[in-house]
Design a protein around this ligand. Structure first.
Ligand code: NAP
Length: 326
């Protein structure tokens, strides 16, 4: 029996390729640069399944160009690149990779939080210029982390891991989420629910962990930034458009907040030009989940998801499983 066909927009990792190749005739995009859109549309035209990255849009145009397609797996937990409703209309199962990157991404939110509070990147750059004069009493003074108030927006899988790590720093934790967390989890995390305004007013660090949705686009607007204290730091490891980057650049220029550490941007790979010249911002190139262990797990999970669909099983992470009656 001929195997179904899959196209992957990246060569993935050997462990994920092994799963794909057991179940599919697999083709990969192997060039170092990202696959051009026209090439992607051409390569999926006769495929049964697609494994893609968050940088590739799966929309009406792509689905119309791939009439045989039955499954799409994004190698990411965020799936704002996928029009899930359009997938359902085309009877295509869409999947993501939740759960396997929570701890790693929480680690990175903390990496950014600590680095911006203690001005690590700024200090490193200074040292490399050769002009550091040696220890000084008032040099590169940052903000304390321990004992401060951490505001977590989106207490889901990653947000709750960020909260857990804060306990070692004896921090007070406020969180805001669509729904209140179960009381047991609140108690375990020592996390107190707060309306968004209160969280913005009282937090020394605000860290974002909501998905990108119409309701979260520009959640951190000029108005929201205006509610933060001049000593507050903003950490964004979720999706760029959750923050109004133009408004953030203004707030950082005027010093109405102390600093920001970002892993994600509104128009990746472009970064707002006004941010590039500022010292009170850290700009990371979207590497929140970028460890060898976690990226391998993500690719394996994406491969497992598409393989399950063709084995007649409910994939572990179907986004439209109910809508398609799986
Ligand atoms: P999750 O478990 O679904 O958690 C998201 C949380 O946000 C949930 O608690 C949800 O509340 C809350 N939420 C949704 N809409 C909201 C709103 N309008 N206002 C307030 N809270 C809202 O997701 P996750 O696995 O933690 O991942 C979160 C996001 O992180 C992903 O969507 C992805 O974009 C991003 N991410 C980025 C990287 C990176 O490389 N930088 C890595 C991994 C993930 P309810 O449960 O009540 O709906």
């Amino acid at each position: 029996m001929t195997k179904p066909s899959v196209f992957s927009t990246r060569p993935l990792f050997p462990a994920a390729r092994a799963i794909l190749e057991q179940h599919f005739e697999a083709e990969y995009w192997t060039a170092p640069e990202r696959i051009p859109r026209t090439e992607l549309l051409r390569r999926v035209a006769d495929k049964d399944a697609l494994v893609c990255l968050l940088t590739e849009k799966v929309d009406e145009e792509l689905l119309a160009a791939a009439p045989k397609l039955r499954a799409v797996a994004t190698v990411s937990v965020g799936y704002d690149n996928i029009d899930v409703a359009a997938c359902t209309r085309h009877k295509v199962v869409a999947t993501n990779t939740p759960g396997v990157l929570d701890e790693t991404t929480a680690d990175f939110a903390w990496t950014l939080l600590m680095a911006i509070a203690r001005r690590l990147v700024e200090g490193d750059a200074w040292l490399r210029t050769g002009s550091w004069p040696g220890w000084e009493l008032d040099q590169l003074l940052g903000g304390d982390i321990w004992g401060k108030t951490l505001g977590i927006i989106g207490l889901g899988r990653i947000g709750s891991r960020v909260a857990r790590r804060a306990q070692g720093f004896q921090m007070r934790i406020l969180y805001h989420s669509r729904h209140r967390a179960p009381l047991g989890l609140e108690a375990e995390l020592h996390a107190e629910f707060a309306e968004l305004d209160r969280l913005l007013h009282e937090s020394d660090f605000v860290t974002l962990h909501v998905p990108l949705l119409p309701t979260t686009r520009h959640l951190i607007s000029a108005e929201a930034l205006g509610k933060m204290k001049p000593s507050t730091y903003l950490i964004n490891t979720t999706r760029g458009p959750v923050v109004d980057e133009e408004a953030l650049a203004r707030a950082l220029q005027r010093g109405t907040i102390a600093g920001a550490a970002l892993d994600v941007y509104e128009n990746e790979p472009r970064v707002h030009p006004d941010l590039l010249g500022l010292r009170n911002v850290i700009l990371a190139p979207h590497i929140g989940s970028a460890t060898i262990e976690t990226r391998t797990k993500m690719a394996v999970l994406a491969a497992t998801n598409v393989a399950a669909i063709f084995a007649g099983q409910r994939p572990p992470n179907a986004l439209n499983g109910d809508a398609l009656g799986l």
